[in-house]
Every structure is written in C-alpha cells, then in structure tokens.
Design a protein around this ligand. Structure first.
Ligand code: ATP
Length: 232
C-alpha cells in the first residue's frame, strides 16, 4: 500500500533522514522503532506531507504522492495521529471529532456512532473540553479524530507516550482492533517491546537510517534487538 524509496530529509544542513526505504503492505501493522532522535517522527511528518523531503519518493496505492499537500494525502486515505496527541484543548470532545471529518461532505453521524462504540469513554465525555481529559483519553480522542477521516491507513506516533502500562495495553488492543477492521497501520514507537508484539513487520531506525528490518516477532528474537531495544 505504501512504498517509501530513498527518502531524505534535511533541517538546514542537518541530514535527519538519510535515504530510507520501506514498505507498508495493505492490511498490516508495520512498526518503526528506534531511540529518541533516530528520525521516526520526522519520517511520519514527511509521509503525511507536513515536512518536505529533499529526495526520494512516497507511493500510496500505486500513486506517487511525494508532491501532494497534507490535505490531499488525507483525501487519499492517510491520517496522522501526531506525537503528543495535539488535540484542541479548548474545544469539546465532539468538536475535536467533527474536525477530523472537515474534508468530508458526506454525513458523519454514523461515523461518530462508530467512534463512540469503539471508545465509550469519549461518548460519556462528548461535551467536556478536550483539555480536561486524562492522557489516555486524549490519545483515544486523537485516534478517534483521525478515524473520522475514514482513512485506509493510520500513521500513529508514539501512542504509548506517558501512559501507565494498563492504559498502554488498552490503547494497543484498540490499535489491533482498528487494524482487524481493515485499516493499515504504520506505528512509530519507543516502546519496542509492545510494538514488536503487535506488528507484522518492523524496521529499526538509528540516526536517520534503517539498520534492521524483518518480520516483527523474528526481529524481537535477535540478540541485537534484545540488547539495544528490549532491555535484555
Ligand atoms: P522522538 O522519539 O524523540 O520523537 P525521533 O526518532 O522521532 O525521536 P525525530 O524527532 O524525527 O526523531 O528527530 C530526528 C533528528 O532530526 C534529530 O536529530 C532531531 O534533532 C532533528 N530534528 C527534528 N526536528 C527538527 C527541527 N524542527 N529542526 C532541526 N532539527 C530537527
């Protein structure tokens, strides 16, 4: 579904992404793991059209989207759940969700119902200001907002960040169920342990390059990954 080839990103003279290539097959969960500063967030921001690459191509469903705006990528089925959630704190839960559908002209009530079924806590809090939600609830809201665009593919940036272990498990169970309902997922995580448990394929990034890749469960068994990312 998504093909990234020889992607390079610079910040001024700094080469943050040094020519990476990877694939996200339709229907899969693919994870990009790596330490702080490896370039995972920059990669996602480039895929969703927020940051412009200096070289390389991004192809979505056979179409070269490298030059498309962020909006056009959303229209073509790619939604981004950013690092730190970035919900609108002074708007209600409902308003945040409605904003997720701002590019759509069709009726969204049934989609809202679907989101509320998936995240019952958001239904309970629909009239509450989003800034008053807990971290886990804000993560659910950010995911719900992205789902309101009816994406074929979800880009998730560190959904586990700052959450207690039980909530992390809950969020990851939801990611699995979203994937099983047909949405392809590209997951960026520092929590390699849980990411490798749920992903089909994984790529390991170090200082702007992909250094290892493979089937996620096989990768989790390698000494390199165990030592560097799984604390063992
Ligand atoms: P984290 O998990 O902390 O988000 P990451 O793997 O996502 O880490 P990035 O945030 O993508 O890493 O950063 C990759 C590199 O690009 C780092 O060296 C970082 O300092 C640099 N970088 C990121 N954003 C900018 C920016 N706006 N200006 C300059 N350098 C940046």
């Amino acid at each position: 579904m998504l093909e990234v080839r020889d992607l390079q990103v610079h910040f001024g003279v700094i080469n943050a992404i040094k020519g990476i290539s990877f694939d996200v097959p339709a229907g899969e969960i693919v994870t990009l793991i790596g330490a702080n500063g490896a370039g995972k967030t920059t990669t996602l921001r480039t895929l969703s059209g927020i940051k412009k690459p200096t070289a390389g191509t991004v192809t979505l469903d056979g179409l070269d989207i490298t030059g498309l705006s962020a909006q056009d990528r959303v229209r073509r089925g790619m939604s981004h759940v950013p690092e730190g959630r970035r919900i609108f704190p002074d708007m209600t839960v409902m308003e945040n969700l409605e904003l997720g559908a701002f590019l759509r002209r069709d009726v969204v009530q049934s989609d809202l119902d679907e989101i509320f079924t998936r995240f019952p806590i958001l239904a309970e809090r629909r009239r509450q200001l989003a800034g008053t939600l807990s971290g886990g609830e804000q993560q659910m809201l950010a995911m719900g907002r992205a789902l309101m665009a009816k994406p074929k593919m979800l880009l998730l940036d560190e959904p586990s960040m700052g959450l207690a272990p039980l909530l992390v498990q809950e969020i990851f169970d939801i990611i699995i169920s979203i994937n099983q309902a047909g949405t392809t997922v590209l997951l960026v995580e520092q929590n390699a342990n849980i990411a490798l448990q749920i992903a089909h394929h994984a790529y390991v990034m170090e200082t702007g390059s992909i250094v290892l890749s493979g089937e996620a469960k096989a990768l989790a068994q390698t000494d390199e990954v165990k030592r560097a990312y799984l604390g063992g």
